[in-house]
Write a protein that binds this ligand. Structure first.
Ligand SMILES: NC(=O)c1ccc[n+]([C@@H]2O[C@H](COP(=O)([O-])OP(=O)(O)OC[C@H]3O[C@@H](n4cnc5c(N)ncnc54)[C@H](OP(=O)(O)O)[C@@H]3O)[C@@H](O)[C@H]2O)c1
Length: 284
């Protein structure tokens, strides 16, 4: 793990130079605070795929990033490459999340969180589904997001405001055969996100949902299919799926809007994908 680069508390990122409440027409496109290098963002699930691409993107924009996941070696390589701070974290572990929050508070606070750690296990019918697999998906995608969000909300308030950005999925918006375990947890994560936005409206904290369609990341489908590389590769056959950088771009864009703008939901799919299971493939 690398040490944090700064210990000085930062002012909140959420204060536009011109108050949108009184004069929205004159609000800046990007407030100085929003584009400031001082923003400190926690990205979970940062050791691969969308999370790692997000760390790279936010660092390229000059933001300070805490990159969290379980595999410390991968995080340390990413930290070395980007200048992010690596923090080993299992989001299913209460004590580990508490430790992270204490660390963040002691080292400068936090301006935004990207709750990205998550994933799918299996593609079984409801009748054949593995109960432990569903339990794990719920722990990771739903309770992991809940734990981290509960932990960091006070930090965002202490910073004067901030962002909670949750990476759900197009699986949070519809059903598909074999997908009930994953669509179920992503729907739950989506409800957590929407409900939180309703509950804290009026506070200077934005709540953002990004819902990607098929993204060809190195591990998502491999994990889903228990290491079966052929089955994982077949998910992306015959069309151009999204790549992790496409989603990182969407994450950065929503986080960098002026402070009065809340992108509630962004659905991002490959052009060739009209629905979870409606993909235009060629040559397959
Ligand atoms: N790929 C897609 O098609 C797609 C589409 C829509 C939505 N999504 C969502 O986007 C997010 C990222 O997906 P991805 O494609 O980038 O997947 P990925 O490459 O498999 O990355 C998943 C990340 O989550 C981390 N993680 C897993 N369990 C964890 C735990 N208990 N505590 C902390 N971190 C944990 C993994 O790192 P460690 O193993 O090192 O902990 C890894 O960094 C997920 O929420 C996924 O559901 C993906």
């Amino acid at each position: 793990m690398t040490e944090p680069q700064s210990t000085s508390p930062q002012s909140g990122p959420q204060s536009p130079a011109t108050s949108p409440a009184t004069s929205p027409a004159t609000s800046p496109v990007t407030s100085p605070a929003m584009s400031s290098a001082a923003r400190r963002v926690l990205v979970t699930g940062a050791s691969s795929g969308i999370g790692a691409a997000t760390v790279r993107r936010l660092r390229a924009e000059g933001w300070r990033v805490v990159a969290a996941a379980r595999r410390k070696d991968r995080l340390e390589a990413l930290a070395e490459e980007t200048g992010a701070e690596a923090f080993a974290l299992d989001v299913t572990d209460d004590a580990a999340v508490e430790h992270l929050v204490e660390h963040l508070r002691a080292t400068g606070g936090l301006d935004a969180v990207v709750n990205n750690a998550g994933g799918a296990l299996g593609l079984d019918t409801v009748e054949a589904a593995d109960v432990d697999g569903w339990r794990h998906m719920y722990e990771l995608n739903v309770l992991g997001t809940l734990r981290v969000t509960q932990g960091v909300l006070p930090l965002l308030r202490e910073a004067g405001g901030g962002d909670v950005l949750n990476v759900t999925s197009t699986a949070a918006h519809g059903a598909y055969e074999g997908g009930a375990g994953y669509t179920g947890v992503k729907h739950a994560e989506r409800m957590l996100t929407t409900t939180l936005r309703w509950e804290i409206v009026g506070e200077p904290v934005r709540v953002i949902e990004i819902s990607p369609g098929n993204v060809a990341t190195e591990e998502f489908s491999l994990v889903r299919f228990g290491g079966d590389a052929d089955r994982a590769a077949a998910v992306y056959d015959g069309y151009q799926p999204l790549v992790a950088e496409d989603v990182a771009d969407a994450i950065w864009w929503t986080l960098s809007r002026p402070a009065h703008v809340n992108v509630d939901l962004m659905v991002v799919r490959p052009r060739a994908q009209a629905h979870n299971t409606k993909v235009a493939r060629t040559g397959v």
